[in-house]
Design a protein around this ligand. Structure first.
Ligand code: ATP
Length: 206
């Protein structure tokens, strides 16, 4: 099994890359999705959050109210750490379980927006960084997601910059052109780097 970490700034095109890799045969694990699942209603993750922050972080239906939780931890370093101590180990465990359930020769791609910020690069065989000019990202986020420019800029400023992500990258995928170009680059990555790397790991194990 080859473990690939996929990251990039908000709006850089991680989802577009992981969708293409999934179509090529990769097993994709989306960290944002896993982070939501570990605090779904009925999970012990959600129970711990309520224990730590009270039921004011729940909505009327008993699900996690992200805005309310955000307001509680905003600007409170200790609260943010307490929340991360609940969520991160569960995300790690569930990610490991999902990877373990993949076939032994799988190429597993873990899409992790904050991979570099959290220091996860050493836990993958290969780190792929999607890199797109900030102006292009702002444009796509406004066009496709209706995100306000100031909000998008604020989020970009809160993440690592390109230089820092690049320093952690084994492969940089530029995504300033169209989707056709991106798909061609992903296909080449799959064929020339990921497939041979996985085959090599398997050979060494045999
Ligand atoms: P987030 O960090 O918010 O999850 P992301 O890195 O996953 O973002 P995507 O959702 O893949 O980014 O891309 C942002 C938007 O830009 C999407 O609507 C996507 O369809 C579009 N997009 C991505 N790549 C291209 C491209 N090469 N040409 C045109 N649009 C693109």
């Amino acid at each position: 099994m080859l473990m690939v970490g996929l990251t990039g700034g908000i709006g850089s095109g991680k989802s577009a890359v992981s969708a293409r890799l999934a179509a090529l045969g990769a097993v994709v694990i989306d960290a944002d999705r896993v982070a939501r699942e570990v605090v779904d209603p009925g999970t012990d993750g959600l129970a711990e959050i309520v224990e730590a922050f009270s039921d004011r972080v729940l909505d009327a239906g008993g699900a996690l109210d992200r805005a309310a939780l955000g307001a509680v931890v905003f600007g409170d370093e200790a609260a943010r750490r307490r929340l991360e101590a609940i969520i991160h180990p569960r995300v790690r465990a569930r990610t490991a379980a999902l990877a373990a359930a993949a076939p032994p020769d799988a190429i597993v791609v873990n899409d992790v927006p904050l991979l570099v910020e959290v220091g996860l690069a050493p836990t993958y065989h290969l780190v792929v960084v999607v890199e797109t000019a900030v102006a292009t990202r702002l444009e796509r986020l406004a066009r496709d997601r209706g995100m306000d420019r100031a909000e998008a800029e604020r989020r970009i400023a809160a993440q690592a910059d390109d230089a820092r992500r690049r320093a952690a990258a084994d492969v940089v995928l530029p995504n300033d052109a169209g989707l056709t170009e991106l798909h061609a680059a992903v296909d080449a990555l799959w064929r020339d780097r990921l497939i041979p790397y996985e085959a090599n790991l398997r050979e060494r194990r045999a």
